[in-house]
Design a protein around this ligand. Structure first.
Ligand code: AMP
Length: 475
């Protein structure tokens, strides 16, 4: 199917063309015509499937033609986190660049005064987290009587974060005559109930990735004593020297601050991101990370969903996430847009029980990587010229659990294939004599280099799993 088959305006077809989107993704193929027709929709799809465009593009066409009134938004997109809300705004600006529609972000932690100013000017699309939207509504700053389209994105995440009562209150204040679109990455019974409560005769779409984890992400675990995690992490980072940006996920917020300080102390260029930080700090850190100013982001699960950072080559789980599904979201920050990525999870004795949960959830055993030799005592492993003294890549041995059963030639073929696909050789099955093409970008220490350009879209490289879809039946 082509974008021209979906019923979008010519202007939007041109925009997606300019963005390099060759064909619509399955969620776009199915959702766009329904939203254009004004039908309610229940979509089960994860971030990374092109979900944002599937509702923003038709929304732009539906809203085009009439204007918003002061304090009366014509559509609302609810997001669970401020970062996701900001990302949806970015997409809206990219897709709606040739339209005169106005969007505003209403998220907690930012100045209410500025947000009120936006509302006074009139807003077509309000992208909000539920708490702040309610705050402003209760202060009489927003009138919701003109809302024609409501999008509830990442509904299961809203449920996990305890936002559903707020969402309920918002929905209760909206006009009955409206179009509602609800997206959720998973479908627990609570979400099905929500869909029944909020939607009228919805079109149901489920986009099931063939595997829960993308084939473009090479996964490993490294078994390590809890007290040695930082040391082993530094060893991994030194091996990865001169590659793209990295996210390190921690389970506890206090570990994030301690780890960031420790990395900085050892000469790494790291920043923190977690929910207890002031919004201005969160924005600054994310901006620095996205622009390449900071190369290592140490984060909580606030960064696990939806964040799209160009060229992110490695995700490290400093701890195994307690919630198995978070593992999928965390490692999904890499291997995006058809590019190869690597995910390494540090597993201590305490993490083992969570690892079992993760492996059961993804229905796959994650190969064990053995790092040879203890990390150098002189941490940072950089000499005076800034050159890495870490062990050469060839010394990095990976031991797949079934290595002894695999044919050596097959193993080599697999390695060659992965390299051809752009995977980072440092983490591939033992590279032997194969010389990988590394995508050298910027070392993790601060340099004066200009930020790398943001790539939008897959071009012709849409991953195969995105091209499959199955129909959903709600019980
Ligand atoms: P999302 O699932 O909305 O977070 O989108 C994930 C990524 O896919 C974003 O970087 C989008 O720019 C990109 N994208 C969305 N639709 C398409 C498409 N039809 N072709 C190629 N890339 C796309």
């Amino acid at each position: 199917m082509k974008f021209s088959d979906l019923g979008l305006s010519v202007e939007l077809e041109q925009t997606v063309n300019q963005l390099g989107y060759a064909v619509p993704t399955p969620i776009q193929e199915q959702a766009i015509p329904q939203i254009l027709r004004g039908r309610d929709l229940f979509g089960c799809a994860q971030t990374g499937t092109g979900k944002t465009a599937s509702f923003i593009l038709p929304m732009i066409d539906v809203l085009q033609g009439s204007r918003s009134k002061v304090r009366m938004p014509r559509s609302i997109v609810l997001e669970p986190t401020r970062e996701l809300a900001a990302q949806v705004l970015e997409s809206f600006e990219a897709y709606g660049k040739d339209h005169k529609l106005k969007a505003a972000l209403l998220v907690g932690g930012e100045s209410m005064v500025d947000q009120e100013k936006h509302l006074k000017r009139g807003v077509d699309v309000l992208i909000a987290t539920p708490g702040r939207l309610l705050d402003l509504f209760e202060r009489g700053q927003i009138l919701l009587a003109d809302v024609k389209i409501l999008v509830i994105d990442e509904a299961d995440r809203m449920l996990d974060m305890g936002f559903i009562p707020d969402v309920d209150r918002i929905v209760a204040t909206l006009p009955k005559m409206r179009q509602t679109v609800l997206f959720s990455a998973t479908m627990p019974s609570e979400i099905k109930k929500l869909a029944q409560a909020y939607l009228i005769n919805p079109k149901e779409i489920i986009i099931a990735p063939t595997t829960r984890t993308a084939a473009t992400v090479t996964q490993h675990i490294v078994r390590v004593e809890g007290t040695r995690k930082r040391e082993v992490l530094r060893q991994i980072l030194n091996m990865q020297n001169n590659s793209g940006p990295i996210i390190i996920f921690c389970n506890r917020k206090r570990d994030i601050s301690v780890l960031t300080l420790s990395l900085k102390k050892h000469g790494f260029d790291a920043g923190s991101l977690h929910g207890d930080m002031a919004q201005s700090q969160r924005n600054q850190t994310l901006e620095d990370f996205k622009s390449g100013k900071v190369m290592i982001l140490v984060a909580s699960d606030v960064a696990a969903r939806g964040l799209d950072v160009d060229g992110l080559s490695l995700v490290v789980n400093f701890d195994v996430p307690m919630n198995a599904e978070d593992y999928v979201h965390r490692i999904g920050r890499t291997g995006r847009a058809g590019k190869a990525g690597v995910a390494i999870t540090l597993v201590s004795h305490q993490d083992e029980k969570y690892l079992a949960g993760v492996q059961a959830f993804i229905q796959q055993e994650i190969p064990v990587m053995i790092l040879e030799g203890a990390p150098s005592k002189k941490e940072g492993s950089f000499n005076k010229e800034g050159k890495s003294q870490a062990k050469p890549l060839s010394k990095v041995k990976e031991k797949m659990d079934d290595t002894h059963r695999r044919h050596p030639q097959k193993k080599k073929n697999e390695a060659q294939e992965s390299i051809a696909n752009g995977a980072d050789a440092a983490f591939l099955p033992k590279p032997d004599k194969i010389k990988p093409q590394r995508h050298s970008k910027k070392p993790y220490r601060q340099t004066e280099e200009a930020p790398s350009e943001q790539r939008i879209g897959f071009g012709a490289d849409v991953p195969a799993f995105m091209l499959k879809s199955v129909a959903l039946k709600l019980s």
